[in-house]
Design a protein around this ligand. Structure first.
Ligand SMILES: *Cc1c(COP(=O)(O)O)cnc(C)c1O
Length: 400
């Protein structure tokens, strides 16, 4: 099959098309079933066609899709109130993607400083390995020079410090810093969890310096860490939180959440989105939140995370032949990965896993990422690790 030349060539696509999904599985045109541990890059938080999500969307689809933010949107108020009730934030702005959420977060941070009369406080400190999206401003926030190439002058006001290195951060602080922007667990950067205590130190430094902390939870948020938000596990309260990916469970929804004083800097006219938070989007986000907040769900998830963690450690420890393939386990919660040895290609690993019916995603640092649906079962986890074992054996035979 050849790809349509009508599509802009921005992606190196895999030549598989799926016709439908069932829970943790995707079914391709030729009828093959795949265990989907890629979840559309951490988007399908409850797999495919979860009955509660389908029911919510079908109900709303027959009533009202879009009205714009010229009017009150009761469905938006419901979701915002649930997010506020279950987080340290007090205000929510809805958008449609992760990049809009991170960029919105930066706008809120700068506007807050500006509204307090600190007009010079505009700098955003980011970390090495960071990924915050693909808008022009977020290209400057990312630690990916290649992504910026050919796209003109870089947006001003973004500095990078070494991930995990407090001294490197301290050197960059000053009255010019509006916010520190970090992912508690870097996704694209290679499933890299912040060293324990790092976020707390960052928060203290931000506070001391009169700067804000933005937690980019676009990938790790909405339950993927094992708590509703990843920051909860670090005993801190960010001033601003960016959400997207899992928030709509497959429907494009993003959100910027902020503390009251910070969020209130955004007076009418300062920001907006035509689509953001429309009734259809809000019903999917509401259904996702209800599933996450259902009594006992996060306990089951945490239990499965421990199970998953043990499986990862076993895979790396118990099988001698893995030693030349898998270097180490990475990540946290249900944003996990294996870093592979330098002479093993992560792309090859992902391709072989796919040929055996398991969908994975690559990441930086020669890492293969595992992003299961949050409601995946122990049986499915067993199935995934059985396939991973087969992939390793096949790669070992090839390299011998
Ligand atoms: C994916 C991602 C983004 C960008 O999200 P888009 O929806 O692709 O714009 C931003 N931050 C993090 C941490 C992400 O993983």
């Amino acid at each position: 099959m050849t790809f349509s030349s009508s599509i802009m060539t921005t992606y190196g696509r895999i030549d598989i098309a799926f016709t439908h999904g069932e829970g943790s599985f995707l079914i391709s045109e030729d009828g093959k079933r795949y265990l989907d541990y890629a979840t559309g890059i951490a988007v399908n938080a409850f797999g495919h066609c979860h009955p509660k999500l389908v029911a919510a969307l079908q109900d709303q689809a027959s009533k009202l899709w879009h009205t714009s933010n010229l009017y009150r949107i009761p469905e938006q108020e419901v979701v915002a109130e649930k997010l506020v009730a279950n987080s340290c934030a007090d205000r929510v702005f809805f958008c449609n993607s992760g990049a809009e959420a991170t960029e919105g977060a930066v706008k809120v941070a700068r506007r807050y400083a500006w509204s307090k009369g600190e007009k010079e406080r505009t700098e955003i400190i980011c970390a090495t390995g960071a990924f915050h999206g693909r808008t022009l401003a977020m290209l400057a926030a990312n630690d990916r020079p290649l992504f910026r190439e050919g796209f003109g002058p870089s947006a001003q006001g973004f500095t990078h410090v070494d991930w995990g290195d407090i001294d490197s951060l301290k050197k960059q602080m000053g009255k010019h810093v509006a916010a520190i922007l970090v992912e508690p667990v870097q996704g694209e950067g290679g499933a890299r969890k912040a060293p324990s205590g790092y976020l707390k130190l960052i928060k203290d430094i931000a506070l001391e310096n009169g700067s804000l902390l933005i937690s980019d939870e676009v990938q790790i948020g909405m339950g993927r860490s094992g708590t509703l938000f990843a920051y909860e596990q670090e005993g801190i309260e960010p001033d601003i939180i960016a959400l997207a990916k899992g928030l709509g469970g497959g429907f494009p929804v993003g959100a910027v959440m902020a503390k009251a004083s910070v969020g209130d800097a955004m007076i009418p006219g300062t920001h907006g989105s035509t689509f953001g938070g429309n009734p259809l989007a809000m019903r999917s986000a509401n259904a996702v939140l209800d599933l996450l907040l259902e009594d006992g769900f996060l306990d089951i998830l945490r239990d499965n995370i421990i199970y998953f963690d043990n499986k990862m450690n076993d895979l790396i420890k118990n099988n001698l032949c893995n030693k030349n393939i898998l270097l180490k386990t990475k990540g946290s919660g249900m944003l996990r990965g294996f870093q592979l040895h330098d002479n093993i290609n992560a792309g090859d690993f992902v391709n072989i896993a796919r040929s055996k019916g398991l969908l994975l995603v690559g990441a930086a640092e020669n890492t293969v990422r595992l992003l299961p649906p949050l409601n995946t079962s122990k049986n499915e986890i067993n199935m995934a690790f059985k396939i991973l074992n087969e992939v390793i054996l096949e790669m070992k035979n090839k390299s011998d």
